[in-house]
Design a protein around this ligand. Structure first.
Ligand code: 8P5
Length: 449
């Protein structure tokens, strides 16, 4: 039987995603102020092998040829983030013209190559000067973030059609304030929900500011990891509900519904704050789309000894090279997209990140490096997106994570997610077979899957 031909909607965005601290390098160049990730990566023991973002892919200096590489792949869109500290070195007040100019030149070159920019305002690299003033623990950060957003909107909204306020606030609150494994490295259950709330207030303040000056689209990017109970026992079902509320609903629901899931009281206990209604009203600014970052699912088992969720995830068979063994589970992406369709009124959705790190075979020299596991992962997950579209989900684009191998936060350079291999000594970019595969998928709008 011939395979039914797959076609995506006519104006579907096909892109790759990156973030400033992970690919740019030159974190202090041309007047830029340091971020919390500059400090964190320069603190011994915080990042594997002592890796830092000082050079990484050197995109800050190689951006022109990198945009030409994107064009050669046939991308019609590119998702990247702006480093807040390049634009406002102290986080507020003085604008660093050189920093803003860098991003303006990048946007102009992308557009000249027929590539639509999708710009993230915050992808974890908070200016260190603001962390010194409390960072995400200070309610004033909503105003600081709106001030920064306004500077960028006024310069670029005539050319940037797709804006994102925050990338994955869950990771910042959970990694940076609950477990302390990411910048700024706090381990405090009383801080985590406050950081989470102030992140969402900043999101709302930036969207509110955008409506006064912007004419295009703005949204929020969340990581969604669907939770499946390890058994139908009451304990496992309750643990699964807590895990889903903590990761998947804690940010989406204040943004879309103006309320927090009740299960958060079970997670945070007496650390669970009570917020004024006005805060929730600010957070619930109408947005134009939801960005979904999908990597894997979690099979959840109750574990009363596990902090703070009292649950653990059960490792599954086929998984990627992530330490916690992210399972390859494309059905989870279908389930996630239909869950959003049904639970939140079928909002426009972009898959703003999807990809995998595998232990790619030893990097032999040559024009193309073989990465069959990543090709298989991308094929299955892009097919899952198509399945969800056929079942009525309003999906408008897909961004592979990531264009290049890059700085994978606390894992440093040990994890490779790129469709393009990065030689960190020579900075040579080498296409992997997944890059060629993705090019064909884009060129045929999905038919080559
Ligand atoms: N779903 N799930 N699973 C568990 C939670 C995952 C949270 N981490 C991410 O999604 C990060 C996102 C980040 O934007 C990017 O900066 C990171 O490089 C990638 C790869 O790590 C992903």
């Amino acid at each position: 039987m011939t395979k039914p031909s797959i076609h995506f909607p006519k104006d579907f965005l096909w892109g790759c995603a990156t973030s400033a601290y992970q690919i740019e390098g030159s974190p202090l160049a041309d007047g830029a102020g340091p971020s919390v990730w500059h400090r964190f990566s320069h603190t011994p023991g915080r990042v594997q092998d002592g890796d830092t973002g000082d050079v990484t892919c050197d995109h800050y200096r190689r951006w022109e040829s990198d945009v030409d590489l994107m064009q050669s792949l046939g991308l019609n869109s590119y998702r990247f983030s702006i480093a807040w500290g390049r634009v406002l070195p102290e986080g507020t007040g003085r604008v660093n013209a050189a920093g803003l100019d860098f991003y303006e030149r990048l946007v102009d070159r992308l557009l000249s190559r027929g590539i639509q920019p999708m710009v993230t305002l915050f992808h974890w690299d908070l200016p260190a000067a603001l962390d010194d003033r409390g960072g995400w623990l200070n309610r004033d950060i909503a105003h600081w973030f709106a001030e920064y957003a306004n500077v960028v909107f006024r310069r670029l909204d005539d050319r940037v059609k797709y804006w994102t306020t925050l990338n994955e606030p869950w990771v910042v609150a959970d990694g940076g304030y609950m477990h302390g494994v990411l910048a700024p490295g706090h381990r405090n259950i009383f801080e985590a929900p406050r950081a989470a709330h102030h992140l969402m207030m900043a999101h709302g303040a930036a969207v509110q500011a955008y409506r006064a000056v912007g004419r295009n689209q703005i949204g929020l990017v969340v990581n969604i990891e669907p939770k499946y109970p390890a058994s139908q026992s009451d304990a496992d079902l309750a643990a699964t509900r807590r895990a889903e509320a903590y990761m998947n609903r804690q940010y989406l629901e204040p943004a879309l519904l103006g309320s927090y899931p009740e299960e958060l009281h079970e997670v945070f206990g007496d650390a669970c704050p009570k917020w004024p209604e006005a805060d929730l009203k600010l957070i619930k600014q109408p947005i134009d789309y939801v960005g979904v970052n999908y990597y894997t699912r979690a099979v959840v088992r109750s574990d009363p000894t596990a902090w703070p969720l009292k649950s653990t995830t059960v490792k599954q068979k086929q998984h990627t090279h992530m330490e916690t063994g992210w399972e390859v589970f494309p059905q989870g992406l279908v389930d996630t997209l239909l869950w959003i369709r049904d639970k939140y009124g079928n909002p426009p959705v972009y898959i703003t990140e999807n990809g995998a790190c595998f232990f790619d075979p030893p990097q032999v020299e040559g024009p193309v490096l073989e990465d069959p596991l990543r090709v298989d992962y991308l094929r299955k997950h892009i097919t899952a997106v198509h399945t969800a579209i056929q079942r009525g989900a309003d999906i408008r684009g897909y961004f592979a994570w990531s264009l290049f191998d890059n700085f994978e936060w606390a894992f440093g350079f040990s994890k490779r997610f790129g469709l393009v291999h990065m030689n960190y000594e020579t900075l040579k970019r080498t296409l992997k077979t997944s890059a060629h595969f993705y090019s064909k998928v884009i060129a045929t709008n999905g038919a080559a899957l």
